[in-house]
Unconditional design. Structure first.
Length: 135
């Protein structure tokens, strides 16, 4: 991303152990955790195969907890998929709805600042590349 430029990407905003945004192009589908075919051991059935799950609500992606609440974002990277469990998927941000900034020095994380039509800051979300994490 270019620092301070209007974002050409579409993002999904979700709540995990904080508020985040991820590019929509790697998200296959979003399903309710209650409706996901989970095995109770951190995996779920997806299109005829078993894929791993990671719980982003706790900050500890080792195990899926509290299967009664949340959503699963099925994310692909190459031929593999991972089901990321989040507290809630909030909204879709279209291209041009905000600016992207690097927060901190070189190697720091990117932040998406959503803005209204008059370019006044409305909210900020840390960008997480779930497709890269799935690889």
């Amino acid at each position: 991303p270019d620092h301070g430029k209007l974002s050409p990407w579409r993002f999904i905003v979700f709540e995990g152990d904080g508020m985040f945004a991820t590019a929509i192009d790697t998200v296959e589908r979003i399903v309710s955790l209650r409706e996901a075919a989970t095995d109770g051991n951190g995996a779920m059935a997806w299109e005829g195969r078993t894929i791993p799950m990671r719980d982003l609500r706790t900050g500890d992606a080792a195990a899926v907890v509290d299967a009664a609440r949340g959503d699963v974002m099925v994310v692909r990277s190459g031929g593999a998929c991972v089901g990321y469990v989040v507290s809630r998927v909030h909204l879709l941000l279209p291209p041009g709805s905000g600016r992207v900034y690097r927060m901190g020095g070189a190697g720091a994380e990117w932040e998406f600042i959503a803005t209204s039509g008059d370019d006044a800051p409305q909210a900020s979300y840390r960008i997480v590349e779930l497709g890269a994490l799935a690889a």
